[in-house]
Write a protein that binds this ligand. Structure first.
Ligand code: CP3
Length: 346
């Protein structure tokens, strides 16, 4: 069994498997070249030939234990009919949902018309990994969690506080629940189709889980995640699903206990010892090097990487960053990180 799948199936291995969030992307010259040929980011995402190449680029360079599908969490709003564009240097822009009638306009019936090229990318990556003899590299599919995706849909892009989304969910929870239900259904379908295209592991990104407090965390992060996992399990009980409730802090314990995830991603604000004692005692963990430390490299990179490895390597563990690779990261720092992980011996 592939190293990463062994760990996700609760078996500790001598070698620690690793992959990095945003391992494909702008820090790699080969990515920037293909990106400039493609034109826009979304042109790359919806072209299976290009998207599959970009997915495999970091694996060719560094030999990670997993490739993650090259796509974005915001293809779901686009497939539901909301307009999406990426403006250079500005991040995503959507036509913000403003009222319950905008939710009514979302169309879940035809999402595969938009998403079909992504399923094709998944299949193509899998056959390329097989034919290029990366037969120990697992393929990870992914989606955003409903809360996080709803945040972008309501704000119309990124935000520091996601104030409109918080306001809507607090003042009109009924219509907000409708939006979440649509996202649960679309996301379940989307992930099942990725499994059918031969994704071996799934990750749910709840990047803005941390802004939810108290009961809201239960209602808008845990409950929809649990529902998606149940929907997938009915059909594919064995496919491991990693949850990444970013900045959830001690609420990550409830998330780990209640959602049904197989493993939990740790962001870089989590203290390794705390996560070992409160989360890794429940399920396999993945994380959690600060991407800023990777960008800076040098001694701090070596010290912090070894600290993480020493803390977690006694139990099922996947090394990763605590958030995505930063675009200014020198590619040789990533090479160093891979060597430190590979050379680690308990
Ligand atoms: O990890 C990978 O290598 C797989 C691909 C991937 C991308 N986005 C590619 C991408 C994944 C898993 C994502 C997830 C994603 N997208 C999240 C959740 C993870 C997180 O970062 O918290 C979120 C919130 C998004 C939405 C999104 N997409 C934003 C806010 C941005 C702009 C920020 C930025 O870095 O430019 C994107 C754009 C994006 N998604 C890029 C890439 C490689 C950069 C696009 C480019 O080439 O210009």
């Amino acid at each position: 069994m592939k190293l990463i799948l062994q760990n996700l199936n609760n078996q500790k291995t001598d070698k620690v498997p690793f992959w990095f969030m945003r391992q494909a992307g702008r820090y790699l010259p080969e990515y920037r070249e293909l990106r400039s040929q493609a034109g826009g980011f979304l042109d790359l995402v919806y072209n299976p030939e290009w998207a599959s190449e970009v997915t495999i680029q970091p694996v060719r360079r560094y030999g990670m234990d997993a490739a993650i599908l090259f796509s974005d969490i915001l293809v779901i709003p686009q497939a539901l009919g909301q307009s999406l564009r990426f403006e250079t240097g500005e991040g995503p822009k959507l036509d913000a949902l403003k009222s319950p009638s905008d939710i009514e306009k979302l169309d879940i019936e035809n999402i595969d018309q938009v998403l079909n090229p992504i399923y094709e990318t998944v299949s193509l990556v899998k056959s390329k990994l097989d034919s290029e003899k990366y037969n120990q590299t697992a393929l990870i599919g992914f989606a955003g969690s409903p809360w996080t995706v709803a945040c972008y849909m309501i704000e119309g892009g990124g935000s520091k506080t996601f104030a409109q989304t918080k306001k809507w969910s607090a003042e009109d929870p009924q219509s907000f629940q409708k939006l979440i239900d649509i996202l649960v259904e679309a996301t379940s379908h989307y992930l099942i189709k990725q499994i059918e295209a031969r994704a071996e592991v799934l990750q749910l990104f709840d990047s803005w889980a941390g802004i939810l407090e108290g009961e809201d965390f239960n209602t808008w992060s845990i409950a929809p995640t649990k529902q998606i996992i149940e929907n997938i399990r009915v059909r594919y009980p064995d496919v491991p699903i990693i949850g990444f409730p970013r900045e959830a802090a001690d609420k990550a314990v409830q998330y780990a206990q209640k959602t049904g995830i197989r493993a939990i991603g740790l962001d870089y604000s989590m203290e390794p010892e705390w996560a070992r004692d409160n989360l890794q005692n429940l399920l396999p963990v993945q994380g959690n090097l600060d991407p800023q430390i990777l960008l800076e490299g040098g001694n701090a990179l070596e010290t912090q990487t070894n600290k993480i490895l020493e803390t977690f390597a006694d139990k099922p563990f996947i090394f990763n960053l605590g958030h995505g690779v930063i675009k200014e990261t020198p590619p040789e720092n990533v090479q160093n990180l891979c060597s430190i992980i590979r050379n680690f011996k308990k």
